[in-house]
Design a protein around this ligand. Structure first.
Ligand code: SF4
Length: 341
């Protein structure tokens, strides 16, 4: 099987051009054509010499994943189920925010972490995505926006879809370096967020990702409750995870966000709020409260809106920095924790 053109780096293109006797300084143009212009085939890349066009056509595949299903939410969210070459599929979600879109991408087919609040967990772990399958989600989503006649583009990519991204570290790292290549897709490091359930081996390597934002699924400061929600907390307890995050060398404006899934009658008491503030107030933090999003067969319930507001106020009273994430796409099972392929 041919490698995909949309994993090519500047260095690789320069080497290819040199081997053809072409000036390597056109490598930026090649990346621009592959990642931004996205014509249907290499033949349409008329800015390149015929020799270069033939070379890329013969050696690299151009096709993106196929759309198996597309669902549009009433709030503008678009969920894509994308078909991969081996018959597996993954979901990506386009979320509109004012003048831009955020794209939520998947990093694995299924997931091994088995979090009890997550629909993906019910399908088990099938396999890691390869870098081109991650980049393919971004390029396909861009194509969909273009077809929709949408002027707004994807400004942020969040690894919050199916899979634990730090459990697929090498592919994640390669995908991030492709996403942030200035002559390619050109996303800024701070426009990318990697969310983890607290997978410590990956967190120990987090600095290798070059300064992208981090989000930790915290959900409870009580190890018993957290282990019930996120079983790998038994192996990598919260204290160890937080200590590792504290050790990370942060770049300017690089953020760490603590996600707190609020579940009715499980982690939504005043005591829970006080404990959360106590644990995080000694750290630079932002707490993102996510009211639980139900899915078929889920054992938990979303708290009433009044309780969500009350919980937020309890945190504010404790001087914690907090916001409530607006639920998007839950009518098409596209909200946080609702993806399944
Ligand atoms: S929440 Fe994330 S890490 Fe946990 S099972 Fe779902 S996809 Fe995996």
């Amino acid at each position: 099987m041919q490698p995909k053109a949309y994993t090519l780096t500047l260095n690789q293109v320069e080497q290819d051009l040199q081997s053809l006797g072409n000036a390597p300084d056109t490598a930026g143009l090649v990346l621009n054509l592959i990642y931004r212009s996205r014509h249907k085939s290499f033949e349409q890349y008329s800015q390149l010499s015929k020799k270069a066009r033939d070379h890329f056509k013969e050696n690299y595949a151009h096709e993106l994943p196929t759309i198996v299903r597309r669902q549009n939410s009433t709030d503008g969210t678009v969920k894509l189920l994308l078909g991969l070459e081996d018959g597996e599929s993954v979901e990506s979600v386009l979320l509109p925010f004012y003048k831009k879109y955020t794209l939520c991408v998947s990093s694995q087919v299924g997931c091994a972490m088995n979090c009890k609040f997550c629909f993906t967990a019910t399908q088990g772990f099938k396999r890691n995505l390869r870098p081109h399958e991650i980049i393919g989600q971004v390029l396909k989503a861009k194509e969909v926006l273009k077809e929709m006649g949408e002027k707004r583009d994807i400004a942020n990519v969040v690894f919050m879809g199916q899979g634990e991204p730090l459990h697929n570290f090498e592919a994640l790292k390669e995908a991030i370096s492709i996403l942030t290549e200035p002559k390619g897709l050109g996303l800024g490091k701070r426009s990318i967020t990697v969310s983890t359930s607290g997978y410590l081996p990956g967190l120990k390597r987090f600095e290798e990702l070059g300064g992208v934002n981090l989000a930790l699924s915290l959900h409870s400061t009580n190890d018993e409750v957290r282990s019930r929600l996120i079983p790998i907390n038994n192996r990598y307890p919260l204290n160890d995870v937080l200590a590792q995050i504290d050790r990370l060398e942060r770049h300017e404006r690089q953020t760490v966000e603590y996600e707190y899934l609020l579940i009715d009658d499980l982690n939504d008491s005043k005591e829970d709020a006080k404990d959360l503030a106590r644990v995080l107030n000694t750290r630079t933090h932002m707490i993102n409260i996510i009211p639980f999003n139900p899915f078929p067969g889920s054992e938990f319930k979303r708290p009433a809106p009044e309780r969500v507001e009350e919980f937020k106020q309890w945190l504010v009273e404790e001087d914690a920095r907090v916001m409530v994430r607006k639920t998007k796409g839950d009518d098409i099972l596209a909200a946080c924790g609702q993806l399944k392929s």
